[in-house]
Design a protein around this ligand. Structure first.
Ligand code: HEC
Ligand code: HEC
Length: 251
């Protein structure tokens, strides 16, 4: 059976969702650790708190080989904390994530974010897919969008904000390396359709609105082929001059 790009993405998202049921036991243990009654017996270390997360995000936050589970390790803490709050407030939708963070306080979410921001896994759990065809013209289009943008279509270069190295910028702009093409294109598609929202003005929404399906697939694929290095840390705050205003970036 041949899936279209979209139904394949949907299929992977659903498969990702059902993996969650096998994580249910760890998940209940995680919830139990949040209730005062369970506290005397549950050791409250950060490693214990994030056990439920490792099923999908990997023991070092590197992601898993499932194309839809993103790397968390090394992304700026401000960005990660903002996303956890977005899941809590329903500005991002992925039921297991929404459920996990519903009852957690902002301080607690921030501590988890700081923990993941400091991890530097030595490898990524997947290799960019080379079996899928990627024509030279699509490669060139993806590279152009990432490095130069397309002024005629109102699309700024991704590196203008995500940094020349694509490793992100402290404290709120995530790196785009070490993510699968499926994850990146699903996020851009979610911004375009309004199911992922960031603080206003939502610059990523404005950018995604100008990207065609072909643009999304080309830039996502090109980004997924760029090599992730464990020593690539996000650049210091203020390293880039934002070409559009982004509400989640302090200024
Ligand atoms: C069932 C699998 C699953 C579990 C368990 C899980 N996550 Fe996630 N997480 C995901 C998926 C899938 C996404 C991307 C969802 C989307 O499309 O927006 C995500 C997204 C995230 C993001 C946003 C990443 C980014 O780069 O924007 C953060 C932060 C995060 N998860 C943290 C956690 C933490 C902390 C835990 C444990 C308390 C956890 N997750 C448990 C599957 C999971
Ligand atoms: C004007 C600045 C700006 C530009 C230009 C920009 N981004 Fe972003 N991007 C951001 C900010 C800020 C965030 C974090 C949004 C949030 O808080 O949810 C982000 C987040 C993302 C994410 C989510 C990463 C994750 O881990 O979930 C992806 C994917 C992304 N951008 C892709 C792109 C691509 C592709 C381009 C180029 C076509 C691009 N961005 C151009 C500012 C920018």
């Amino acid at each position: 059976m041949k899936f279209s790009g979209f139904s394949m993405r949907l299929f992977r998202a659903l498969r990702a969702y059902f993996v969650f049921s096998s994580a249910a036991a760890t998940f209940s243990a995680f919830c139990a650790a949040q209730t005062p009654a369970a506290q005397p017996s549950a050791p409250d270390t950060m490693a214990a708190r994030v056990k439920a997360c490792a099923v999908c995000h990997g023991p070092q936050g590197e992601g898993t080989h499932n194309d839809y589970f993103p790397r968390l390790a090394g992304k700026p803490a401000g960005y990660l904390a903002e996303q956890l709050k977005n899941f809590r407030a329903g500005r991002r939708n992925y039921p297991p994530m929404n459920e996990l963070v519903t009852y957690l306080s902002g301080d607690y979410l921030y501590e988890i974010a700081v923990y993941y921001s400091k991890l530097r896994p030595s490898h990524m759990p997947f290799e960019p897919s080379v079996s899928e065809p990627f024509s030279p013209s699509r490669f060139a289009r993806g590279q152009m969008l990432a490095q130069e943008g397309d002024a005629a279509k109102g699309i700024p270069a991704c590196i203008a904000c995500h940094h020349q190295t694509l490793a992100g910028v402290q404290p709120s702009i995530p790196g785009l390396l070490g993510l699968s093409a499926d994850y990146i294109s699903a996020q851009l598609g979610a911004w375009r359709s309004g199911s992922r929202r960031a603080a206003a003005p939502d610059c990523m929404q404005a950018i995604a609105a100008h990207l065609s399906d072909a643009d999304i697939s080309a830039v996502a694929r090109w980004l997924s082929m760029q090599v992730y290095h464990s020593d690539l840390a996000p650049a210091p705050a203020g390293s880039v001059q934002l070409s559009l205003q982004c509400g989640s970036v302090p200024h």
